[in-house]
Design a binder for this molecule. Structure first.
Ligand code: SF4
Length: 301
C-alpha cells in the first residue's frame, strides 16, 4: 500500500510524488524511537506535567537527552497534538478525531496532519519539535508547518498565523526558527497543497517505472525499498562501482552513500531485533550479541 499524503510527508512529496505512490513499509529505528520519546516528553511539558514526572515516563535510552533540554522557552497552556485536515477541493479545514496513534480517516481530497502544539491566540501559533541529526535542515520543515498554519487559520478564522520549529540538539539546546504567514502566504500554501495532491494522484495513476531522484528528501521515505533509484544505488555500490567524486557528481554520490546507509541501517535494526528476541546468536565461530549500551557486537570465538 502507498504511503498517505500527510502534512509531514509534504516536503518529501514535493520533491518526489512517487514516494506516495510506491508500496510503503512502516519501520522504526533508534533515531525514530528517540524522536518519538522526545516528542512525548515535550508534549507532557507543554501539557503542564511536572518535569520529574515527564522524565520518569521517558524510555531510559532517551532520558539523559530529555533531562538536558532547555525548557525555558517551551510555551505552556496551548493545545498539544492537534489533528486537522485540509481539503484541497473545498479549500477548507476541519478538526479530526484520532485514537491517540495519529490514525486519521481523511477523505480522498484531504491532506491530514497533527501539529505538536497550537497556541490559539488572536494570531495563532503552530509549533513543531524536531530532533537533530547531523544533516537536518530546519527549512525542510517549512511546508509541513505551513500546512498546519493553513488549517489553523481556516479553523480559527485568522488572517495571520505564526509558525515555529524548535530544533532540539544533542546537547539539549533548542534552536528556534520562526516566521509569520499573512493571508497571501496562506493562499500560497493552499495552492501548493493542491499542486502536490494533484502530482501524487498522477503518480498513483502512473503505470511502469516512476521517475525518481535521490536526495535529502529520501531520509524518512517509507517507500525506499521499492524505489528504483534506491535499488540502483545499492546495486551499484554492491558491485564495487564507487562513484567518482567530482564537483558535478558530488551531490549524486552523496545520495548514493545515503541510500546504502539506509539499507545497512535496516539490516542492523533487523539483526538487533532478532538478538533482542532470541538472545546472543552463535553462527560458525562468531557470536552476535548486544553490549550493555544496546549496540550490536560481533565477536570471533
Ligand atoms: S527513496 Fe526513492 S521514492 Fe523515496 S523519496 Fe527518495 S527517490 Fe523518492
Amino acid at each position: 500500500m502507498a504511503a498517505p499524503l500527510t502534512a509531514s510527508a509534504l516536503p518529501r512529496a514535493l520533491a518526489c510524488p512517487a514516494s506516495c505512490a510506491l508500496p510503503a513499509v512502516s519501520s522504526t529505528s533508534d533515531e525514530a524511537e528517540r524522536g518519538t520519546q522526545v516528542h512525548a516528553f515535550m508534549q507532557a511539558i507543554a501539557d503542564g506535567t511536572p518535569v520529574d514526572e515527564a522524565l520518569a515516563a521517558v524510555a531510559e535510552a532517551t532520558r539523559a537527552l530529555c533531562a538536558k533540554i532547555n525548557l525555558a522557552h517551551v510555551p505552556r497552556g496551548g493545545e498539544t497534538e492537534v489533528a486537522m485536515a485540509w481539503d484541497v477541493d473545498a479549500r477548507r479545514a476541519r478538526r479530526l478525531e484520532v485514537d491517540g496513534h495519529r490514525q486519521y480517516e481523511p477523505t480522498a481530497t484531504e491532506i491530514p496532519g497533527t501539529a505538536d502544539l497550537v497556541l490559539w491566540l488572536d494570531r495563532p501559533v503552530v509549533i513543531d519539535w524536531k530532533t537533530t541529526s547531523h544533516d537536518f535542515d530546519a527549512r525542510s520543515a517549512v511546508p509541513q508547518l505551513e500546512h498546519y498554519a493553513l488549517c489553523v487559520a481556516n479553523i480559527a478564522w485568522a488572517d495571520e498565523v505564526e509558525c515555529a520549529v524548535g530544533v532540539i540538539a544533542d546537547d539539549g539546546a533548542v534552536e528556534w526558527s520562526r516566521w509569520r504567514m499573512d493571508a497571501a502566504a496562506l493562499d500560497r500554501a493552499a495552492d501548493r497543497a493542491r499542486r502536490v495532491w494533484e502530482r501524487v494522484q498522477s503518480a498513483r495513476a502512473h503505470q511502469g517505472e516512476h521517475d525518481v531522484t535521490l536526495g535529502n528528501h529520501c531520509r524518512y521515505c517509507p517507500s525506499w525499498r521499492a524505489c528504483p533509484a534506491h535499488v540502483r544505488a545499492v546495486r551499484q555500490l554492491a558491485a564495487g562501482e564507487v562513484p567518482a567524486i567530482t564537483a558535478e557528481s558530488i551531490g549524486a554520490a552523496y545520495s548514493v552513500a545515503r541510500a546504502v546507509e539506509k539499507s545497512a541501517e535496516a539490516v542492523r535494526e533487523g539483526i538487533k531485533r532478532f538478538v533482542s528476541e532470541h538472545g546472543p546468536v552463535k553462527t560458525g565461530n562468531q557470536l552476535v550479541s548486544l553490549n550493555k549500551r544496546g549496540a550490536l557486537s560481533l565477536r570471533t570465538l
